[in-house]
Design a protein. Structure first.
Length: 566
């Protein structure tokens, strides 16, 4: 959605001749460096004023322009939208008549939000163009923070009969299909999308029912609905995911496909029995992330060239390692997208298939019917692929078949759960793979983590301390403008100072010297020391380079990396 917004703005700016193509290119180049909103970069470069840009957007979108600085808000208009809805859709009600509500929009390009609001409020909703900063400040001034109005989610639901989990499945299904419960679950998903959450956690405890969103890799607790809504809400989610609501003793998996905010939303749902009810996690799959290139996922130029050379080999195994949620799948798909051409046959075996990509043959394992990674791999070779991607190497059988495939002329991509790149080769040996097979088949290993990036809206410079410079192993003149950067915290980043994430990496090609160490069954610490002698930059060092470039902070890099062993 952000990319579509920017493309529309670029087209409006150039077609109206407010900016020349050269001026727009200058602004885009500056935006790539500091990652802020394009219109703010244009204003800072004095290429145009914000009023000029907003007037132009209003004219192009067929809307009126409104300035909120001196606007007199009426209580009747403000009551038309709840605080939660105002924050979620980033709109401010200006005028209410019997049939129409007029709102100021922080993002006038998001026309679909007007349709959502019309449906939600059961009236026609018209948009007006206003400054994003003015809209968000006015929302905060008139409504306060979104958490203060959580009670509005359950307003009007006091009379709703609630069935407890010990009741029968039929009763639970009936109450879960009632409009208030449907609306409550929809609002929870909607808020998660608006806040860029990657996961929604619904966790039952003895006296509370917690809701937490994972945003930029960190969990944030939200004000929960009353405990009495736990059973019908969980049942509603299980019905949507095609799960058995009568089964509450065993873990279950499901999937929800829906359209919201003008996007196709794919939710992977997992239920797990706990002491006070089922814990449910909904993972939000963002299909836009799978189309990223290597540079967009966070590679610096030297590591991009090195990794690019590895993925263009005719054969061998390329391993990407890291814990769950470290971005391995996104990186693998970025690599596959780069080499996915008409003259190459590419097959993947995944559990589950998270993203559907044109031009790639994708298979999902089904252990219940015996379709395991190993069985798929044995049959895949008869399909004559050039490149194979295995979701994860989990056992020695899968590892040995992958190695056999690489030794017979195939390029194989896969993932492992290890703390760093050197540990991957020793992990394969510990798994039971013979060292000579590992040494002869593995072409390279890359480990990665995700660090939160500094919010572009509240980014500020500060003087680095002597300790900071020692930690970074940099001189002040090596830093961008001699400063380090951090986020102050604002509405755009939920006052965290961070918005979005990027990768930090360590790439270890398997050289002749490292191959000798593998054959000797050397421990991972020795392999790591040799790799660093040969120029490997650790994840922490890669992260510190991005700190010096003003992309993230020292604290964030320290949070996600372990100390490098000298």
């Amino acid at each position: 959605m952000v990319e579509a917004r920017q493309r529309t703005l670029e087209r409006i700016l150039t077609s109206s001749r407010l900016l020349t193509q050269d001026q727009l290119n200058t602004a885009l180049e500056e935006q790539r460096k500091e990652k802020g909103r394009l219109e703010k970069v244009i204003v800072r470069l004095k290429l145009a004023t914000m009023d000029q840009i907003l007037d132009l957007i209003a004219a192009q979108m067929g809307m009126k322009r409104v300035k909120l600085e001196d606007y007199k808000f009426t209580e009747e208009a403000l009551k038309a939208i709840s605080a939660r809805t105002a924050h979620l859709y980033r709109v401010l009600p200006l005028k209410k008549t019997k049939k129409t509500l007029t709102v100021a929009m922080a993002n006038p390009f998001d026309i679909r939000s007007l349709d959502d609001l019309s449906l939600l409020l059961d009236c026609k909703v018209k948009g007006m163009v206003a400054s994003e900063d003015e809209v968000m400040k006015a929302i905060e001034r008139n409504y306060g923070l979104v958490e203060e109005s959580v009670e509005e989610m359950v307003a009007g639901m006091e009379e709703l009969e609630v069935i407890h989990e010990e009741e029968g499945a039929e009763e639970l299904e009936e109450i879960a299909d009632e409009a208030p419960i449907i609306k409550l679950v929809s609002l929870i998903i909607l808020q998660a999308l608006k806040e860029r959450a990657s996961d929604i956690h619904l966790e039952p405890f003895e006296k509370t029912f917690k809701i937490r969103y994972r945003i930029d890799g960190v969990l944030h607790e939200k004000t929960p609905p009353p405990k009495r809504f736990q059973a019908p809400m969980l049942s509603r989610i299980k019905i949507m995911a095609g799960m058995n609501i009568a089964e509450r003793r065993l873990p279950q998996d499901g999937r929800i496909m829906l359209k919201m905010l003008g996007r196709d939303i794919d939710l992977r749902v997992s239920s797990f029995p706990s002491l006070f009810g089922e814990s449910i996690v909904m993972r939000i799959l963002d299909k836009s992330s799978v189309m990223l290139g290597l540079r967009e996922v966070g590679f610096l130029s030297d590591y991009e060239e090195l990794f690019d050379s590895l993925i263009r080999r005719p054969n061998g195994i390329i391993l990407v390692t890291g814990p769950t949620g470290s971005g391995k799948t996104t990186t693998l798909y970025a690599a596959l997208n780069k080499i996915n051409t008409a003259d190459v046959k590419l097959i993947t075996v995944e559990d589950p298939v998270e993203y559907h990509v044109s031009g790639i043959n994708q298979t999902q394992v089904r252990p219940k019917i015996g379709l395991t990674f190993a069985r798929c791999l044995r049959s895949i070779l008869r399909q004559a692929p050039n490149i194979i991607m295995i979701g994860e190497i989990r056992d020695v059988e899968t590892a040995e078949i992958a190695i056999r495939a690489s030794l017979t002329g195939h390029l194989v991509f896969s993932t492992l759960h290890t703390n760093d790149a050197p540990s991957a080769v020793t992990r394969l040996v510990d798994m039971g793979v013979k060292p000579f097979l590992v040494a002869s088949s593995v072409a390279g290993v890359m480990a990665q983590r995700l660090v939160r990036t500094i919010c572009p809206e509240c980014r500020e410079a500060y003087e680095p301390s002597t300790k900071d410079l020692l930690l970074l192993n940099k001189k002040k003149e090596d830093l961008k403008e001699g400063k380090l950067y951090r986020g102050k915290g604002c509405m755009a980043c939920a006052r965290t100072g961070y918005r979005g994430r990027n990768g930090i990496f360590e790439v270890m090609p398997i050289t002749d010297r490292i191959r000798d160490l593998i054959l000797e069954k050397a421990p991972s610490t020795v392999v790591k020391a040799r790799a660093r002698e040969e120029g490997m930059r650790t994840m922490r060092e890669d992260g510190f380079l991005k700190v010096a470039m003003g992309q993230t902070t020292i604290d964030e890099v320290l949070r996600v990396t372990q100390a490098d062993i000298e």
